[in-house]
Structures are given as C-alpha cells and as structure tokens.
Ligand binder design. Sequence first.
Ligand code: PGA
Length: 264
Amino acid sequence: MRKKIVAANWKMNMTQAEAARFVESLLLELGDIADVEVVIVPPFTAIAKVTEALGKSQNIKIGAQNMHWERNGAFTGEISAALLRDLFVRYVVLGHSERRTLFGETDKIVNRKVRAAHEATLRPIVCVGETLVQRDKGSVEKILSIQLHGSLATLGAKELQETVIAYEPVWAIGTGRNATPEQAQEAHAFIRHTLREMSDETTAERVRLQYGGSVNPENARELMSQPDIDGALVGGASLDPRSFAQIVLSAREEDKTAAPSATV
Ligand code: PGA
C-alpha cells in the first residue's frame, strides 16, 4: 500500500512572515496529519522559518526546490544536499520543467543531482512530463521514457523506492488546464511500466507517483483516486493554506468512495 504524498511547491513566493502564517493555518486545518504524507517546499529563504513554525509536529516534512550535485566547494549561488540536510530538509524537487526549460537542466544534470540527493539521504521528487507539441505529436511515452531512463540512470532498487516521481505535463503547469484523470492515469501507468522494466515488479509497485499541473481542491480527489496516482505536486493552489489543506484531505483513502468532485 503506497502512502499518498502531497507537496506544496511554493516556487519563488512567500516571505518568512507569510510562510509562518501559512504553517499556522495549515496546522489548524490538518493537525499533525499522519495518514497522508505532506511536504512543504518553500524557497530556500523560508525553510528555517517553516521548520520553526511546524514546531513539534512530526508528520509534515520540508522539501527544497533544487540543489547542486557537488557536496561543497566554489559554486557561488548554489546549495548542496548537505546544506539542506543541515536545515532538516527531507525531500528535494529535481528536474522541474521550469528548471529544465528556463535554466537548461538536462536529464544528465538531473541524474547527477538525484544521485547526490540519495547519497545524502535526501529523497528526490523527480519531475517528468511532455510539452503540448510533444503530446500533439503522439510522443508522450517516448518523452517519458527518455526522461525516466536519463534522470534515474544507475539507481538501485532501494534508491528507486525512495524516489518520488512527479508527472507534470508542461502544458498543465500554471495554466489552469489540468490533465484529465484518464490522461494522467494513462501516463502514470506508463511510468510504472517503465519502472518495472528498469528495475523489478516490487520496486515499481512501491514507487510513489505524484500528478502535478493545475491541481486544485475541485479536481484533486478524482485525480488521486486513479490507481497509479499516489499524490500531487501542487503549485498555485498550494499558496493558500485552505486550498492546500483541502487537497491534502482529498488524498485520504476513505475519500475514494466519496462523491465525485464538483467538476463532474
Ligand atoms: P501548478 O504548478 O499547480 O501551479 O500548475 C505545479 C508545479 O509546477 O509543480
């Protein structure tokens, strides 16, 4: 049984004061929720504040949005896995499409980072996904296969099992146009199939696959009730604690039998 994992990717938003207020409200909404894994992914500058605001709560974890693959050294402006660990960070988002398109990250670079993350016992959330042009050309599976093989190259079964993969179709990110549950499930099933080929059945069954791209409180439940969708990576809707809390709550297993979402 894969535990659902829902992450708030704040991108380049949230001052320390805003982050503290967010966590305060989120804790009121969720308490120290244990049946869904919740990860807050602030900008580097708000990480310490989020940790402080979380106080004694055990189950809400912290992630980072990026890192460098080297352990330390002369890399002005970069952050290493060890520096993130020093801030109690547990997860790191790698290969987000914004990093790939705006900052030139290739699968090879993503792979170096993924391996460095594991070495430092940080769990990577590796993003993959096609552009609209690639989808229209019918190349979704080809692109996903290239990205998965490239980004996850040389990982052993244990490392793969401790990796989260986020399927984020580029055309759905920040556009308000989410993939339909069927489109998302189809891509997720293909990702799991590829993991089976790259590793083994047990490993493929254990890896958690998040969907990301315009997830909101209205569409979250239906998306996450698909058999191969094990959570969500949420951008825009994660900036509001109420919306994000609703998304987290709709990941609960008992909610699978609840009424279909309001979008239907
Ligand atoms: P969005 O972003 O929810 O605003 O579409 C998702 C992401 O980029 O992770």
